[in-house]
Design a protein around this ligand. Structure first.
Ligand code: LMR
Length: 404
């Protein structure tokens, strides 16, 4: 049996973590997976999460019963307000169907599954993904019978946004196409459109009646400010672009393993929203029955308690601030100390957890082989893997491969 099952390759991101763990070299660096580390390269449990966990442990009223199929209501309501804004017209008008999901991946999956079933497709089922995007986007859509096609996004010449290519794709795609957009802190490039560019994108999407599939896994990580990082999402809602939003608390609450996220689908009317939510509930039931409770309870406490919410904002500033400092230090080392050939402005201009260094696949592989620095072959580095103890070694190693 199973003679014809082909051997699948390991996951491009998680295989790096495994290889890093195996490596015994004392200066090894893991810049693969997008997971925050403190200055001592340790996973960081946010102080506010510690506090919320303590409260939950001491709460005698809690049990291990099933959550409702669409999740913990106090969590989904507060999560919707967090991403869409407390004064969101869509929320005030009852036009948002929110469902708790298995983190951002689950939100992407449920959103994709819903579209596959219920979107009014005019031709073949297709989703437009940025080139490049998070590799898992391709797999998630293929799994539900939606074919991924790519739109230009990253320009290797400028190590920035190929805005003309992007706009051209929006204009030439058939009306009512589905475009996946990264709400902030684009993964893997760290290159986001400016507010002015987002305005143009929204206008074309409206004119072409495109659907925005907004993936927002890094709210808070781009600027350190939760509201600022939700700007594009809120702007699209305000403009009336048809959309859904995928939300994750893995990165901004450091809750990677708890798998806590949400899908928010905005409809034109309250009545349509109720129908949408009923179908999301049916889909969720057949997939996971009910979402897990622990992470949702932690986030719910943080979002619904004003003092804890302030504490969370400080924790986010700590994480985003450390990453921004590392960008500055790497940039300084490359440009002022090592005089590494090439322009490195993008290191400080890109935002969020990742930086696209602009090095080519053979240089990325050389970094891993010769310097024990683990990064995806596309040249993406997780800035969170850099710290005051290893940034010098990384800069020197990068300098070496660039000069080879
Ligand atoms: C990443 O891109 O490294 C993160 O989003 C983690 C993941 O699930 O791939």
């Amino acid at each position: 049996q199973w003679q014809s099952v082909p051997l699948a390759p390991p996951d491009s991101i998680f295989q790096l973590t495994a290889a890093y763990k195996e490596d015994t070299f004392n200066k090894k660096i893991n810049l693969g997976v997008g997971a925050y580390r403190d200055d001592d390269n340790k996973p960081w449990i946010l102080p506010v999460v510690k506090e919320a966990t303590r409260i939950l442990l001491n709460d005698e009223t809690l049990d291990h019963e099933y959550l409702p199929i669409t999740g913990l209501p106090e969590f989904t309501t507060a999560a919707a307000k967090l991403i869409l804004g407390p004064s969101s017209p869509a929320l005030a008008e009852g036009r948002v169907a929110s469902v708790q999901t298995i983190s951002g991946t689950g939100a992407n999956h449920l959103g994709a599954l819903f579209l596959s079933r219920f979107y009014q497709w005019t031709g073949e089922k297709k989703v437009w993904l940025s080139n490049p995007t998070w590799a898992n986007h391709h797999a998630i859509f293929k799994n539900v019978g939606i074919e991924p096609v790519e739109y230009p996004y990253y320009d290797p010449k400028t190590i920035g946004l190929d805005f003309n290519g992007f706009v051209n794709a929006l204009k030439t795609a058939p009306d009512r196409s589905v475009f996946l957009l990264h709400g902030c802190a684009h993964n893997p490039t760290g290159v986001d459109p400016t507010a002015e560019q987002w305005t143009t994108i929204a206008e074309i999407m409206l004119a072409k009646k495109h659907y925005a599939f907004l993936d927002c896994a890094y709210q808070g990580f781009a600027s350190g400010d939760l509201d600022k990082d939700a700007w594009a999402v809120r702007f699209f809602v305000e403009k009336g672009v048809a959309l859904l939003v995928c939300q994750s608390f893995a990165k901004n609450a450091g809750l990677y393993g708890e798998r806590v996220g949400a899908l928010h689908l905005v409809s034109a009317t309250e009545e349509a929203s109720a129908r949408v939510k009923s179908q999301l509930s049916v889909l969720q039931r057949s997939e996971i029955s009910n979402p897990p409770s622990h992470g949702a309870r932690i986030v719910s406490l943080i979002l619904n308690d004003p003092a804890m919410f302030e504490g969370w904002k400080r924790d986010i500033e700590t994480m985003a601030g450390r990453i921004i400092e590392m960008r500055k230090e790497l940039f300084r080392l490359l440009t002022e100390e090592l005089h590494t050939p090439g322009n490195w402005d993008h290191i400080v201009n890109q935002i969020g957890m990742f930086s696209f260094t602009g090095i080519n696949p053979s240089q990325s592989k050389a970094l891993t082989r010769e310097a024990h620095v683990y990064l995806t072959v596309n040249g993406r580095i997780s800035m969170a893997g850099l710290n005051t103890h290893n940034v010098q070694y990384f800069a020197e190693s990068l300098d070496k491969v660039v000069r080879q």
